[in-house]
Write a protein of this length. Structure first.
Length: 209
């Protein structure tokens, strides 16, 4: 669907979440770490030390950009200004991957500092698929969708989370980010089996764990 042949690839090895306070040590000796993940929203400014350090880091390591602010599961339209900033970052950085949470965090003009769950039904599927398509078309690249950590289940859900993710990937061509910690958190909160969840997860769609 998208030609990302000119983008770096994440190696089949362990990466780390990048913290700027470790920049000097990383550049001197990263040890066995071969790639890093950064949060998109920390690098949407116009310059300065954060972008300078990220540029130097990306010259040596593939970078995974992880977003937390798109509210891709929200009922309203995506924030066009936020999406434009995200596109500018990805065009400049050319990351190995971009991912976002299956969650919502905004309502009207209010932004909630949390990643909230949503019901898994046909209405949600149509809305989230449309948002994913908009993101992928804007960025010109495939995105990965991360399984959320859930605090509760919805009475209006009529499909499992794994089936919901599988159908989204099938309809949109997006990949998936399997967050094992989120699996455990959700299973603990909802009283389900994390092993059964992973057994049913569409692993053929996973681009990052």
């Amino acid at each position: 669907m998208f030609d990302q042949s000119q983008s770096p690839r994440l190696p089949l090895s362990a990466g780390l979440g990048y913290k700027p306070q470790h920049y000097t040590e990383i550049m001197q000796n990263a040890g066995p770490v071969s790639w890093f993940e950064v949060h998109a929203e920390n690098y949407m400014g116009d310059g300065g030390r954060p972008l300078a350090q990220l540029a130097a880091l990306s010259a040596r390591f593939p970078i995974s950009v992880h977003g937390v602010g798109l509210s891709i599961g929200g009922e309203g339209p995506l924030d066009g200004a936020h999406l434009a900033r995200l596109k500018a970052l990805c065009d400049w950085l050319n990351p190995a991957s971009f991912s976002e949470h299956l969650a919502w965090s905004s309502h009207d003009s209010a932004f909630l500092n949390d990643l909230l769950p949503l019901p898994y039904n046909a209405a949600s599927l149509t809305r989230v698929a449309s948002h994913i398509n908009q993101v992928q078309e804007t960025l010109g690249r495939q995105m990965l969708l991360e399984n959320p950590s859930s605090y509760l289940a919805f009475d209006t859900s009529d499909m499992s989370e794994t089936d919901f993710l599988r159908e989204l990937a099938t309809q949109t061509g997006c990949g998936l980010l399997l967050d094992v910690n989120n699996v455990f958190v959700s299973a603990t909160n909802l009283g389900t089996s994390p092993q059964a969840y992973i057994d049913d997860f569409p692993l053929d769609k996973v681009g990052e764990i």
